[in-house]
Design a protein around this ligand. Structure first.
Ligand SMILES: *Cc1c(COP(=O)(O)O)cnc(C)c1O
Length: 357
């Protein structure tokens, strides 16, 4: 392998005051610096640099502003109980950013480049990684099409940048189950569409449904398949897992579902614990039957932001389907504990998931 690209570094003259760990709001405050790499079709990726955090300069005709040629990823760095800062599964996140680019006709960011960008930048802002229990640094690598051109074709210029936000403990004391509306009108992603890629466009496709669900007293929606609104896909922006009897079920990655790193970590641990995990289609009829028969034991979503979010209630055709008495399930609790124990170094990292910055 060629040596990792080296980033020039321009540090801020004066560091910004940091919010208290107890006052951190997801995605509101950003660290002092950011990493940037430019791309031009004739040159490839060039000028890797760490610079003070600040606005980007974009031409109003930049392709991203018109046709949403954009993708991102989201990963975290944790300050372990030993005080050292480590990334959780950075290799997986860099690989996903690389692999998703083709669907959006974006030039893939080589994994060694995204990894070097994230590492160089977090090194400059290491003291921004909070240390209170449950806190972390949320890192957002992003690629945008910057070429000023209104013709519809893949852009010839891009900007890859990495920013980060210190985030608080998601669950606090409570591990509160969510109220989820089963979506039977809107579609987030269809097979053959963009659902398998972390594209900003998927998020816009989901906003109307999420807003309507909130107006009806729900926290998020449970996405169903685009053809029949019958098979369950994802919970909001999390992958979905249900426990029916002794089987743990999660929908297969069929192109409309994002391949979550948390999903993969959960499946790995559950199988190591000797539990049966099947990646198979799960229809609403089967779920309701299991609920009526008393075998729907628990449901939860998984993703980087919250790790695990239990589902307490499903809204379906005007009725509330209460899962596990509205309480977090045993597997949800056990997974949250196991994954966070690895992230904060309370338990040994047997899988090599953590990388010291
Ligand atoms: C990011 C994301 C997830 C979760 O992926 P993680 O890698 O676990 O954070 C799930 N679904 C969607 C739609 C996402 O965008």
């Amino acid at each position: 392998m060629s040596s990792p690209p080296s980033f020039s570094t321009q540090l801020v003259a004066k560091r910004a005051p940091r919010p208290k760990d107890t006052e951190l709001v997801f995605g509101r405050t950003f660290t002092d610096h950011m990493a940037i790499v430019d791309y031009e079709a004739e040159r490839g990726w060039f000028d890797p640099r760490v610079v003070p955090y600040g606005p980007l300069s974009l031409d109003p005709a930049a392709a991203v502003l018109h046709y949403a040629q954009e993708m991102f990823d989201g990963l975290k760095a944790f300050r372990g109980v030993d005080g050292k800062v480590r990334f959780f599964r950075i290799d997986r996140h860099c690989q996903r950013l690389h692999d998703g680019a083709d669907r959006l006709c974006i030039p893939p960011v080589p994994t060694e480049l995204s990894r070097a960008a994230i590492t160089a930048f977090v090194k400059a802002d290491l003291d921004w990684v909070p240390s209170s229990p449950g806190t972390s640094l949320y890192i957002r690598p992003t690629v945008i099409a910057s070429e000023p051109f209104l013709g519809v074709r893949p852009a010839k210029r891009y900007i890859f940048f990495v920013i980060a936000s210190p985030v608080g403990a998601y669950h606090g004391e409570a591990f509160a189950p969510a109220r989820i509306l089963v979506e039977d009108k809107y579609v987030r992603a269809a097979v053959g569409g963009l659902g398998g890629v972390k594209a900003g466009a998927n998020y816009i496709a989901s906003l109307r449904a999420a807003e309507d669900a909130k107006a009806r007293g729900f926290d998020q929606v449970l996405w169903t398949d685009a053809h029949e609104h019958r098979y369950l896909e994802e919970v909001g922006t999390m992958n979905m897992v249900a426990r029916i009897g002794d089987e743990i079920v999660t929908p297969p990655l069929g192109g409309s579902i994002l391949a979550g790193v948390t999903r993969d970590s959960a499946i790995t641990l559950l199988r190591e614990w000797g539990l049966t995990v099947n990646e198979r289609p799960l229809g609403m009829e089967e779920l309701l039957r299991a609920h009526r028969g008393g075998t729907l034991r628990e449901m939860f979503g998984c993703g980087t932001a919250a790790v695990i979010t239990p589902v307490g209630t499903l809204g379906w055709k005007g009725e509330d389907v209460v899962v596990n008495g509205g309480q977090p399930g045993e597997i949800a609790r056990r997974l949250l504990e196991a994954i966070t124990a690895i992230q904060y170094g309370r338990e040994p990292d047997k899988h090599g998931w953590m990388t010291e910055v």
